[in-house]
Ligand binder design. Structure first.
Ligand SMILES: *[C@@H]1O[C@H](CO)[C@@H](O)[C@H](O)[C@H]1NC(C)=O
Ligand SMILES: *[C@@H]1O[C@H](CO)[C@@H](O)[C@H](O)[C@H]1NC(C)=O
Ligand SMILES: *[C@@H]1O[C@H](CO)[C@@H](O)[C@H](O)[C@H]1NC(C)=O
Ligand SMILES: *[C@@H]1O[C@H](CO)[C@@H](O)[C@H](O)[C@H]1NC(C)=O
Ligand SMILES: *[C@@H]1O[C@H](CO)[C@@H](O)[C@H](O)[C@H]1NC(C)=O
Ligand SMILES: *[C@@H]1O[C@H](CO)[C@@H](O)[C@H](O)[C@H]1NC(C)=O
Length: 516
């Protein structure tokens, strides 16, 4: 009897160990070929194991032990988490996680680990477009093999009503770039903007770059926002929506319930130490809470920053650099204010980035990159090279401290209205490159005589030189505002009227109201 009981216990113990010891694992996004954030930050390694066990994580370069960290698992969910000491960029390293539980030792090993900068790429379909969908796709795909130091990861499309700790699924596990994984069909992986941005960084920095794609086409900013971020803008997190073909962009709409993508595709990543993020989204908000975007977008940025900072025990910069693409174009012939309004709101109504409400951000203007004959619909322009290059300039200036690098198009700093002579002198912050000045690109808000609605009317540019543009508003006795490029499709491809002399960066749209 005693023997039988002992035997049963032994079998039971063995069974428990088999099932439970098998739960020792890394979180879903730790894999061979990954890039971990370099010094001065500390990379976070975490996973699941046996409650009561101890876990030792060791980093090796060849046979040499670089560091060793141990932790006891005392969390009910079996979560373990270690912070590696800061590691300089380079590699390859290999990493061993070892669980000691009672008499059992379980090993997990990852190889070809690099240290460098990890960038998160988020947004909707324009970030989701793959390298095979852009201009010169075959040429770009053929270059994949030249960048073995860039590594790619893509989270799967998932929704959740609750915040998930780990990703439910991974679409592309950490990989060395190949023409196959850069051009896996359409709107899958890998993101062209993310890749081309990473490629520029890799050229410039000459060390490993990790790119983490977590995007879903046709999704509004509210889906990517936490409860906390939505509450800042007076939105309840319970909001639901009808997710059908989007009437605003023509593309298939993705999930739009508030927080569902934050829950499933961002929250699980919060324990990863990152360098920064880039974002291309807003088309879906041309029909949803458009007027709130000047709150919801800055709130998302601040909330992601705080969340990554907390999730990595302070190892991700509390103010990490956040780059974004200002919306490109959608419809050439229809006058639709929603596109300029979102572009303006993307800057928290300042017109440029960074700005007082959006610290440490950078913006790539894209309204001059329209592509009416794009086979993916005009909302999906194929020139992602220029978008990525403009983002990259912003990253160098903002994220990598090149203070004197020009990365912004011209922006007005002074308006002088001469009512008697009916003209306005607009002084920009830098020398202008004027390509062509179409008649309707500047408009003034003409005050009506009879107290009916004020209206915007196009005005002629009478001269433009160096940093000053002069517009004439004959026919209006009083004006109360002026705006530039306030159109869905303001100009032909790379032919907006005003660029910077240095690097030919387009002047972003603006609207300026004068006090009556
Ligand atoms: C949105 O919420 C509603 C109600 O909870 C649910 O029926 C629907 O499946 C949700 N859609 C998505 C994509 O989460
Ligand atoms: C956002 O823009 C709307 C108009 O679209 C305006 O009424 C509101 O005051 C702005 N909010 C902020 C926070 O700037
Ligand atoms: C990851 O970060 C989130 C958010 O700060 C936190 O709630 C969670 O406990 C962290 N997970 C681990 C494994 O530390
Ligand atoms: C803005 O970001 C910089 C760079 O990280 C940081 O040093 C500074 O404290 C931030 N300022 C505010 C007001 O958040
Ligand atoms: C495509 O390649 C041609 C020829 O090299 C080049 O002139 C053009 O600028 C490229 N287009 C883009 C968007 O990079
Ligand atoms: C306005 O700008 C023009 C150049 O575009 C210049 O010739 C003119 O003197 C300016 N007017 C004033 C009052 O400064």
């Amino acid at each position: 009897m005693k023997l039988l009981r002992a035997c049963l216990l032994l079998i039971l113990f063995y069974f428990i160990c088999i099932t439970d010891c098998a739960t020792f694992r890394f979180a879903s996004y730790y894999a061979s070929h990954m890039v971990l954030q370099q010094k001065p930050s500390q990379a976070v390694i975490w996973g699941y194991g046996e409650v009561g066990a101890s876990v030792t994580v060791s980093l090796y370069k060849g046979p040499e032990t670089i560091l060793k960290k141990s932790v006891a698992i005392n969390d009910d969910a079996g979560v373990w988490k270690v912070l590696l000491d800061p590691v300089d960029h380079g590699g390859p390293y290999w990493l061993l996680a070892q669980q000691h539980y009672q008499k059992d030792i379980t090993d997990l090993a990852l190889h070809d680990i690099l240290f460098g900068d990890v960038w998160l790429c988020g947004g909707q379909s324009n970030m989701e477009m793959t390298v095979s969908q852009v201009f010169n796709a075959s040429k770009e795909l053929a270059k994949a093999a030249d960048y073995p130091n860039i590594r790619l990861f893509t989270a799967a499309l998932e929704v959740s009503l609750m915040e998930l700790d780990d990703l439910a699924k991974v679409d592309l596990q950490w990989s060395v770039p190949t023409s196959e994984n850069l051009g896996n069909g359409e709107f899958t992986y890998f993101s062209a903007v993310c890749w081309l941005f990473g490629r520029h960084l890799s050229h410039q920095l000459k060390y490993p770059i990790g790119l983490v794609e977590s995007v879903w086409g046709g999704t509004p900013v509210e889906a990517w926002s936490s409860k906390r971020a939505l509450q800042k803008c007076g939105l309840s997190h319970h909001e639901e929506c009808a997710s059908e073909r989007s009437m605003y962009t023509g593309e298939m709409a993705g999930p739009c319930n508030y927080t569902v993508l934050w829950n499933a595709m961002i929250h699980p990543l919060l324990n990863m130490t990152i360098k920064g993020a880039i974002w291309y989204q807003g088309e879906q908000n041309t029909g949803t809470n458009t007027d709130l975007y000047n709150c919801t977008f800055p709130a998302l940025i601040e909330d992601w920053r705080l969340s990554f900072y907390e999730g990595t025990n302070g190892q991700t910069d509390r103010h990490f650099p956040f780059g974004f693409v200002q919306l490109s174009t959608y419809q050439k012939k229809q006058q639709n204010d929603d596109y300029p309004v979102i572009r303006w709101h993307q800057t928290a109504d300042y017109g440029y980035a960074p700005n007082p409400k959006m610290n440490n951000t950078f913006m790539a203007v894209a309204m001059d990159l329209g592509d009416e004959s794009s086979p993916y619909g005009s909302v999906h322009p194929r020139d992602k090279q220029t978008v990525a290059y403009r983002l990259y300039l912003g990253a160098r200036a903002i994220a990598y401290g090149e203070k004197d690098l020009p990365f912004q198009g011209p922006f007005p700093i002074k308006f002088e209205v001469f009512y008697k002579e009916s003209y306005i002198n607009i002084t920009y912050d830098q020398q202008l490159l004027i390509t062509s000045l179409s008649d309707s690109i500047f408009e003034v808000l003409c005050d009506s005589m009879d107290e009916t609605v004020d209206s915007w009317s196009p005005v002629a540019v009478t001269s433009a030189c160096s940093r000053v543009v002069t517009v004439c508003f004959k026919g209006c006795s009083q004006i109360s505002g002026i705006r530039y490029a306030w159109q869905d499709w303001p100009c032909e491809y790379k032919k907006c009227p005003i660029y910077s002399i240095q690097r030919k960066l387009p002047a972003p749209l603006f609207v300026k109201y004068f006090k009556k």
